[in-house]
Write a protein that binds this ligand. Structure first.
Ligand SMILES: [Mn+2]
Length: 417
């Protein structure tokens, strides 16, 4: 059984305001993935969550997924996908019934019975279990438990033990959770949305599976055992994720399961990024020199300046120089001299004065540059912040606060204020 293990596609991702979908980076990867799938002929493609970058993905991200799934359907390769924490499970699984008949299986939310897809090869049948991203409260609801499970590990154990898993067959689990191996956290790439170790699951509750296809952590790695593995994201979503020197090529992970009880085999089919990402650190003159020397054709650049003072107009000059070399300057920052420079201290203080609502407004403007916020939105944001703070103080679920907010928004909509 040959499986193509993907995760964290994040279609619609913005990199410092630049859409990796609109710029063609994700399409370039998608086209390579389709041609690799055509050459490798896997028995299935697994997508372990974070298909989209956000719950309401932009149009071009939906189109890209449409093309990807259509391409895999044309190759007659089944697709098995679960929702990640960035996806809206309900939206992702729209039309999942009819799609399943075309060989595209999408699990958006957990239920008492997890979706299972059985595939057959020369070694017999393999059951592939689809476990979308979950919170322990959802497991309580799905299983009808009197009490909420103590933690996500317990919730996962209960949910899996409620499934009719036949241990004499090969079993594969596709999931999108934070998994710990012997108590150790995975090494994050840097662009994940993690809240400390919140919601972590101990790998011991995954023992019965022949392979666990994980998503959530953007750096490819195995967790305690070779057969519990994060595929890693197909692209870098953050300059902090870019290694100083590319040691191993990025690529698509293939897993081969032979007879029950044998170790899986792995190989990587390399992919190329449309734009290379590079971090440049140094004084302005050094950076300018490096850009002239190496060129930067087709690169996305992050420049970190170490100068004490930067002459006015330097940023624009640098940007022009980089663009003349065929690159794009996506991020320019400088070493903060917190203690030496009264102006920097001032800026820092101003930043701390900003409220969560201000950060939210910035975020909103990044996502919807053409949709200005109005007074009604402002009231809604303030309401959301108040409810979130109350939920924190009471330690009652944010879910409840979210429900209250939705009721409030609907009332406002009715009154049309
Ligand atoms: Mn992710």
């Amino acid at each position: 059984m040959k499986l193509m293990h993907l995760a964290d596609l994040h279609f619609g991702k913005l990199l410092h305001g630049l859409s990796l979908t609109q710029e063609g980076d994700q399409r370039y990867w998608m086209e390579q993935a389709l041609s690799i799938a055509g050459e490798e002929r896997p028995d299935a493609v697994l997508i372990a969550g974070d298909v989209y970058d956000r719950s309401v993905p932009p149009r071009e991200a939906v189109q890209l997924l449409d093309e990807f799934l259509s391409g895999l359907c044309a190759l007659k390769i089944p697709v098995l996908a679960v929702a990640g924490n960035h996806d809206s499970g309900d939206r992702l699984s729209f039309l999942s019934g009819p799609l399943a008949r075309q060989g595209v299986h999408i699990a958006g939310r957990i239920g008492r019975e997890l979706q299972k897809v059985t595939l057959r090869d020369a070694w017999g049948e393999t059951d592939i279990w689809l476990l979308p991203y979950f919170f322990k409260a959802e497991v309580q609801a799905a299983l009808g438990l009197d009490e909420e499970p103590a933690d996500e590990t317990e919730a996962c154990r209960l949910l899996l033990s409620a499934q009719a898993i036949d241990g004499t067959r090969r079993n594969v689990l596709v999931m999108h959770q934070l998994v710990l191996a012997n108590g150790a956290m995975p090494v994050p790439g840097g662009s994940e949305t993690l809240v400390g170790g919140l919601g972590a699951i101990d790998a011991s509750c995954l023992d019965g599976f022949d392979y666990v296809a994980l998503g959530h952590i953007h750096r490819a790695q195995s967790m305690g055992s070779p057969s519990v593995r994060y595929a890693g994201a197909p692209l870098y979503y953050h300059f902090g994720e870019v290694p100083a020197a590319e040691k191993a090529p990025r690529g698509i992970l293939f897993v081969e399961l032979l007879e029950k009880g044998s170790e899986p085999r792995f190989h990587l089919s390399p992919t190329r990024p449309l734009h290379r990402m590079r971090n440049l650190t140094g004084a302005l003159a050094e950076v300018e020199e490096a850009v002239r020397r190496d060129r930067c054709e087709g690169e996305y650049l992050h420049v970190h300046l170490t100068d004490d003072t930067i002459p006015p107009g330097a940023a624009e000059r640098l940007r022009t120089l980089i663009e003349a070399g065929g690159g794009r300057l996506l991020l320019l920052d400088r070493a903060e001299r917190r203690f030496a420079d009264p102006e920097a201290l001032d800026q820092l203080a101003r930043r701390e004065e900003r409220s969560e609502a201000d950060y939210f407004r910035d975020f909103y403007r990044t996502i919807y540059p053409d949709r200005p916020l109005d007074g009604k939105d402002d009231r809604l944001i303030d309401r959301a912040m108040t409810l979130a703070r109350q939920a924190e103080e009471r330690e009652s679920g944010l879910d409840e606060a979210a429900q209250a907010l939705i009721r409030y928004a609907l009332r406002q909509e009715e009154k049309n204020v």
